[in-house]
Design a binder for this molecule. Sequence first.
Ligand code: S3P
Length: 436
Amino acid sequence: MDVTVQPVTTSISGSITVPGDKSVSHRALLLGAIAEGTTTIHNFLASADCLCTAHCLTALGVSCSGLEGSAPATVQGRGLYGLKEPQDILYAGNSGTTARLLLGLLAGLPFTATLSGDASLRRRPMGRVTKPLAAMGAQFLGRRKNTMLPLTVRGGNLQGGVFRLPVASAQLKSALLLAGLYAQGETSIEEPAPSRDHTERMLRHFGVSLHQHGTRTTIPVKGGRRLTAQTVLVPGDISAAAFFLVAAAIIPGSCLTVQGVGLNPSRSGILDVLTAMGVQLEITNRYEESGEPRADISIESRPLKGTLIAGSLIPRLIDELPVLAVAACYAQGETVIKNAMELRIKESDRITALAQELSTLGADIHELPDGLVVRGRPLRGGVVNSHGDHRLAMALAVAALGAKGPVTITSAECVDISFPGFFSLLPGKITLGECR
Ligand code: S3P
């Protein structure tokens, strides 16, 4: 489906809410499935990615209901060892989180399962997960020396250990934490920089005690812990809020509040960057629920200035880099994004795709091996390609709001992967095109 987004002619103002957090929704399903009792999930994100996790769990014998209605979703937990061997291939669709976290869970279970996904997911690296899980004792068989989907896993009889992660990846860390629940002895995980800690927070919420070693990001898990079903209130997704925060930042005179957004410090790097770029932010109504901090974020536009986005900030805003590249197009001066090699192995190669598509709109943007250099200058209208990547489609839609002419985004239906209804919330006049 093509979508044409018209530039806005007035400022953006008001108050909105965004859908539930994708990372937290996946984890609520997965931990609910292996807990004892019925888990209730409020504000569950019924997007394509999270529904893939639910369908995989259903194939493993878990009953999930109310996923798409207005009532809370429920998961009938089967306990740590209650999942059953699936009768067919588990399909993770476009979802890296589904694939990697499930591989961790399946590694602990004494049966055989095969996992696959769509063309994009089948290109993404799984060796970062299968290698340490194999070292724990799980067996894998798959393409490219067991590093790419489809992958068959034969789990069970895991041994814990100490794992030093080569990348700050929450998916990798979470896969090992889940496997650690089934391992003999302790499983300790050391990250090169802190990545999102939703799994740790939710494991604690479900009654598993984790230990942090001083300032080091070492998270040991003793094997054989039991999870007790819980109520989970999913916060608004800061990665979804990001599109509207940047929209308000780049449209002069705008003033917007996004309510009830997850403000986990391991996810809130975008607020640091927007502040460094010069916008006015106010955080109010802070509270914590289900182990996750949340608040209302108010933003007022200001003339933006370029900035440096690098180092340990990167894992705290990895999914927001496409829309921050758009903010950089509307800033005075140069923005440099470095140390973001991981962007090349997301749903698309986001470095190349952003450089290509934003150049089509007239941006001054250049690729680095591990990032981008953007110099602000006005954007024009044009036809751009989402590359089937939801975050790229939404970032390009935000770019369109401040452009000098309409922007048509091809294959824009991919926004449903993380944000169904995105286009109906977007300010300005939207025209939906033909299905392709
Ligand atoms: C996620 C972790 C991040 C992020 C992804 C969701 C998660 O991936 O980009 O969208 O829910 O754990 P990596 O673990 O590969 O950094």
